[in-house]
Ligand binder design. Sequence first.
Ligand code: GRF
Length: 203
Amino acid sequence: LRLAVLASGRGSNFEAICQAVDEGRLHGQVVLLISDNENAQALERARKRGIKALYINPQSFASRIEYEKALVRACQEVEADIVALAGYMRLLGKTFLNEYHLKTVNIHPALLPAFPGLHAQKQALDYGVRFSGCTVHFVDEGVDTGPIILQAVVPVYFDDTVETLEARILKEEHRIYPKALQLIAEGRVVVEGRRVRIIGDEH
Ligand code: GRF
């Protein structure tokens, strides 16, 4: 599995994916990191690991279509099979998704369909839910709406702050994102409409 990762910031999920590759838990290679943010820590992490790191500035293109075409070209150049969004703070449209439909995945820090979009952990706290978690899903044109591959649950405590809840969820993100990618690498992830069958894990 040849993976391209898109990240806008810290890149801890990118790091977790790379670690899983290093440790043989994910059979593949991270061949490219793209960021839309020049100062993303993710770019630094990729360079340190000797992984091709590209800053692609959306502002430098005449339109979103042209920007997305540049993303597609970059991913095609390294022959990426799967594109993993990891804290990538933009929506992708048809131009990108027509090329990487059901080949683009994302991690979201809530139990979708609850609390899509920004500040999911704060949304969960404000709502008062007892459990939250994270979701790995295929990307479609909506905001965190594509078919769900894996989810993990964490408890929410009365004394939680955004920071404590974020940390509890992040730990699970780092566990299930590489796991979901490995299931894809094994060819065990089959999308049937909105529902995703994990072969060999039907129960
Ligand atoms: C994670 O919480 C992820 O779920 C969300 O953005 C955050 C990115 O963190 N989409 P990092 O850049 O991977 O550290």
